[in-house]
Design a binder for this molecule. Structure first.
Ligand SMILES: [Zn+2]
Length: 231
């Protein structure tokens, strides 16, 4: 269940579907509670590997498909303010660092979020994820400590558990399973295989107590273990 009262949430991820796996249940709970959510999605995932077999998309049409999927996912979650920030997929890591920080700073200045959700720097696996997480941390770091919003990171590198331990925030999301399913299904061009796996899991009577549809976990950013001293 939700552990904090929030006035405004800002979610920042680089790819359509990043929001679906790790955060859509929690976000749906906040949306149900009437908390305004802004999702800044940095790219349209236009370099997505999956064009289908037989192909359902070309390099030209894939961004349009993924844009529609992103809109459907946001709707399933209950996100009303979806921003597509127009960066190019697979190139976020090559964007100018200061430009990235400025992008985050202007979102924070405009929205005054009480909570920001993104990836956890150094535990986010993909270079675009890392670049996104680092820009968010840098922007928040520039704020006076007393003014900083809560900052939750999603971490899924192999060494996460060994180094960060268990997430300090765990949400039971079973009451919004439907929302999460619909968010993941919305990204069918990328997640079709996963959804098949999930229905197979259910058919097989898998009774694993914890999975994508029962819990979501986050790490409060550890300023005392900042990934860099300053920027
Ligand atoms: Zn991603």
């Amino acid at each position: 269940m939700l552990q904090q009262k929030e006035s405004q949430i800002l979610v920042v991820f680089p790819h359509p579907d990043d929001e679906a796996f790790g955060t859509s249940g929690t976000l749906a709970q906040y949306a149900n509670a009437g908390v305004p959510i802004t999702y800044a999605c940095l790219t349209l995932g236009e370099m997505g590997r999956n064009l289908g077999n037989p192909p359902f998309a070309t390099r030209e049409t894939l961004p349009l498909i993924r844009k529609a999927e992103l809109e459907a996912s946001a709707k399933a979650i209950g996100i009303q303010d979806l921003r597509m920030m127009g960066l190019r997929d697979k190139t976020v890591e090559f964007e100018d660092d200061e430009k990235m920080v400025q992008m985050m700073t202007s979102l924070i200045d405009e929205l005054n979020p009480s909570l920001i959700m993104t990836f956890y720097p150094n535990y986010a696996v993909h270079p675009d994820h890392e670049a996104t997480a680092k820009a968010v941390v840098r922007a928040v770091r520039r704020m006076a400590p007393a003014d900083r919003p809560r900052l939750y990171g999603l971490a899924f590198a192999n060494n996460t558990l060994a180094e960060l331990g268990q997430p300090d925030i765990t949400n039971d999301i079973r009451d919004v399973k439907e929302h999460k399913m619909n968010s993941m299904k919305a990204h069918s061009s990328q997640t079709g295989w996963m959804m098949q796996e999930e229905s197979k899991r259910e058919e097989d009577g898998d009774t694993a107590e914890h999975n994508w549809f029962t819990d979501e976990g986050f790490y409060s950013y550890r300023w005392h273990e900042d990934f860099e001293q300053s920027f």
